[in-house]
Write a protein that binds this ligand. Structure first.
Ligand SMILES: O=C(O)CCC(=O)C(=O)O
Length: 246
């Protein structure tokens, strides 16, 4: 059985709740990911999956912490407090797809819940490898829209091909031109997703209409990257000590 056959055969693609992903889809996705640094997956979560994730977000808010209590509009490391998000990080249906896109194993980092409002700072231009504790800082993240996110409530923008440039390691990126020709807005419906490289530049725009703008992020480093002992202390990931490679 080839690696590709295993993807098709994997339980992720067999589950009733999972849409069918063909070999052609995977090949096209990989080409797009390699050239742009990200791929957009419309209707990635179906209605049932979306409800299930909403339910677990609500459960987290009620039993552990609500995002309304957090000034920055983000809760990082939900996998450390909630078994469902921990399980999803390690075994979600995205795992084999993202391994294929990255061309490497996945070392889980954390689950983040975001909700940007008028009073929180937007996500400034950056790429996720800034501040990495790994060398090389390669990796991939799954971003899932839980609400309608458009030009009025802070839609996400990506710069195509920016993962191929050498970029400064400063957050936010200084003097960055947010209107350059390679920047594209990602207007998202609930359940749409983006899989992006840790090296691709992305940012959100200001919220001008107060509406829910919840998104979930499942972040991974490349399985072949090595932990840099000099940098690891700055990470809050639960995986720095007991590394898991998927
Ligand atoms: O949703 C956002 O505003 C930020 C998402 C982000 O920075 C990420 O997924 O890495």
């Amino acid at each position: 059985m080839t690696v590709m056959d295993r993807y098709i055969d994997s339980t992720c693609f067999q589950k009733k709740r999972t849409q069918h992903v063909t070999l052609t889809d995977l090949t096209l996705l990989k080409d797009e990911f390699d050239s742009d640094g990200f791929v957009v997956l419309r209707n990635y979560l179906n209605a049932e999956e979306l409800t299930e994730m909403h339910d677990h977000i609500d459960h987290y808010a009620q039993t552990i912490q609500s995002l309304d209590e957090i000034p920055g509009g983000a809760i990082k490391g939900m996998d450390q407090h909630d078994a469902w998000f921990h399980e999803y990080l390690e075994h979600g249906k995205h795992v084999p797809i993202m391994k294929h896109l990255l061309g490497d194993g996945l070392a889980p980092d954390n689950v983040t819940w975001l909700n940007k409002t008028k009073s929180t700072q937007r996500t400034m231009p950056h790429y996720d490898a800034i501040g990495s504790y790994l060398t090389p800082p390669s990796g991939i993240s799954l971003w899932i829209a839980m609400d309608y996110i458009d030009s009025r409530n802070g839609c996400l923008h990506y710069e195509k091909g920016s993962h191929l440039r050498n970029l400064p390691s400063t957050y936010p990126l200084r003097d960055y031109d947010e209107h350059n020709v390679n920047v594209v807005p990602i207007v998202a419906r609930p359940g749409d997703a983006v899989m992006h490289s840790t090296r691709v530049i992305h940012f959100s725009i200001d919220v001008i209409e107060e509406r829910p703008r919840n998104a979930m992020v499942f972040a991974y480093w490349g399985g072949s990257s090595r932990i840099d002992p000099a940098l690891v202390a700055r990470s809050r990931s639960a995986y720095t000590e007991h590394r898991v490679i998927l």
